[in-house]
Design a protein around this ligand. Structure first.
Ligand code: SF4
Length: 191
């Protein structure tokens, strides 16, 4: 079973009843004591939303991956319940066939009540969902990330300074507690 299939299996199993903490798991607690393990493999992966604790890292074999090591969000019971309530409105076959775009829109609706990312030329711009509510200041120049996702995996990450050149998913670049991104000009936001 690949990670995407496992994420759907976890989601559908959680719809039948929450698992709670998996004390019997060798890796428990992989995030925090008392975590809810109902959704072990996340259906939103790779969400590309730094605010939830994830970030892009380079794996030992040189690939860009979205690391969820510091995400607690999907393991907090009230969030799991909200996710399950949201997806229970959809036929399971639709969820099986849905692409990454469907899942990012779903996550934005859960987090913000609406989709706040937008089509930007040939790219999809997730900058608003990454910086909403954070304190931002304008920057004279900078670079953001253009992330290509295929089959729920990151296949390339480019640093760009012109949004018109982007073709994948536009997100800010993270540096410590700062996000550098482009939204009507470069901004630096603290989160
Ligand atoms: S950061 Fe959290 S919500 Fe995002 S893909 Fe990872 S586990 Fe899922």
């Amino acid at each position: 079973m690949n990670p995407r299939e496992r994420a759907l299996v976890d989601l559908f199993a959680a719809m039948e009843g929450l698992a709670g903490p998996a004390f019997e798991c060798t890796y428990y607690p992989c995030h925090f004591d008392g975590q809810d393990c109902s959704i072990c493999y996340c259906p939103f992966y790779p969400c590309l939303l730094y605010r939830l604790g994830g970030e892009i890292i380079v794996s030992s074999d040189g690939r860009y991956v979205w690391s969820c090591r510091n995400c607690h969000w999907i393991h907090e019971k009230e969030n799991v319940e909200e996710v399950l309530a949201y997806f229970s409105a959809f036929p399971r076959q639709l969820l099986v066939e849905a692409d990454w775009s469907f899942f990012t829109k779903s996550l934005q609706e859960i987090l913000f009540g609406e989709e706040i990312g937008f089509e930007n030329g040939r790219a999809y711009d997730l900058t608003p969902a990454n910086i909403q509510g954070f304190e931002c200041e304008p920057l004279a120049e900078g670079e953001f990330l253009d992330v290509t996702i295929e089959n729920f995996s990151i296949t390339s990450v480019k640093r760009l300074s012109n949004p018109e050149e982007a073709e994948g998913v536009i997100i800010p670049e993270k540096s410590g507690r700062n996000l550098i991104g482009y939204l009507d000009g470069f901004v630096k936001c603290r989160f």
